[in-house]
Design a protein around this ligand. Structure first.
Ligand SMILES: Nc1ncnc2c1ncn2[C@@H]1O[C@H](COP(=O)(O)OP(=O)(O)OP(=O)(O)O)[C@@H](O)[C@H]1O
Ligand SMILES: [Mg+2]
Length: 239
């Protein structure tokens, strides 16, 4: 197939699955990114929401699609504008949404390179991000919030190890909680890095405090003796 937009047709099967979920431009982006990454099929919507939807693709890939609608624009802008990596972004809906998608890709890249358990980022284009699928077949691993780990203490230790690695690599997840951690093979896997910021970002400290509080609250609920102060100590920053 020629690498020219006007000749690319989104195949009928994908069009049927995603009818009413994605606009034509987004379908085209998905198709082009899929071709670049040699994906063989888009096989179903895992999660569909106002801000983003997540689709399973073959082989073993999760594709996250950000809506270019107005719903999250102000929140996205707040984070993008303090981010030294995105100084030249056009501050309109498309510019900010594309930057948001690229931000998740780059954050995942930093985290993955630092040895944090997270999906391997595969590529992005406009408002579409492709990453390694965490789960079996087409079933995503459950969120920690919905799972009952066999050994909660080990899971929490692994979460704190992941936070230490993130911290050393200069990144704050920014939305870390049992809702953005999947439990795969009894191991926690961090997902949803779009809100992540570098430690130089004006909101970094506030976000880090919240991430730490969320994990300490999870530990408390699981009956594990680990306070926010303990986690801060592990990260060696004042609490
Ligand atoms: N790499 C992945 N592998 C498998 N499933 C994934 C992956 N990324 C996302 N998902 C699925 O999609 C859901 C939503 O992903 P994510 O948290 O990144 O998006 P979100 O826009 O924040 O959604 P939500 O508002 O539900 O948190 C996850 O809970 C999970 O079920
Ligand atoms: Mg999420």
């Amino acid at each position: 197939m020629r690498d020219d937009d006007s000749t690319v047709q989104v195949d009928d099967r994908a069009r049927k699955i995603f009818k009413g979920v994605f606009d034509e431009g987004t379908l085209l982006t998905m198709y082009r990114l899929g071709r670049r990454l040699q994906l063989t099929a888009f096989s179903g919507v895992l999660k569909s929401g106002k801000e983003s939807s997540v689709v399973h693709a073959e082989p073993h890939c999760a594709v996250k699609v950000y809506a270019i609608g107005a719903s999250a624009f102000n929140r996205f802008r707040k984070y993008i504008q303090g981010d030294e990596r995105f100084r030249r972004v056009k501050p309109d809906r498309r510019g900010i949404t594309f930057a948001w998608c690229q931000k998740e890709f780059r954050n995942l890249h930093i985290a993955h390179a630092a040895g944090v358990r997270c999906p391997k980022p595969l590529g992005f284009m406009a408002n579409v991000l492709a990453m390694e699928f965490i789960g079996e077949g087409t079933t995503p691993a459950p969120r920690l919030a919905d799972a009952a780990p066999a050994d909660p203490a080990a899971v929490i230790r692994a979460i704190v190890d992941g936070m230490v690695k993130l911290h050393r690599s200069n990144l704050v997840h920014g939305d870390l909680s049992p809702y953005n951690i999947l439990l795969h093979d009894e191991q926690p896997v961090f997902i949803d890095f779009s809100q992540g910021v570098l430690r130089s970002h004006p909101l970094a400290n506030e976000l880090l405090q919240r991430d730490v509080r969320n994990i300490a609250a999870y530990a408390e609920k699981a009956g594990i003796a680990l306070t926010a102060e303990d986690i801060h100590q592990r990260l060696s920053v004042p609490s």
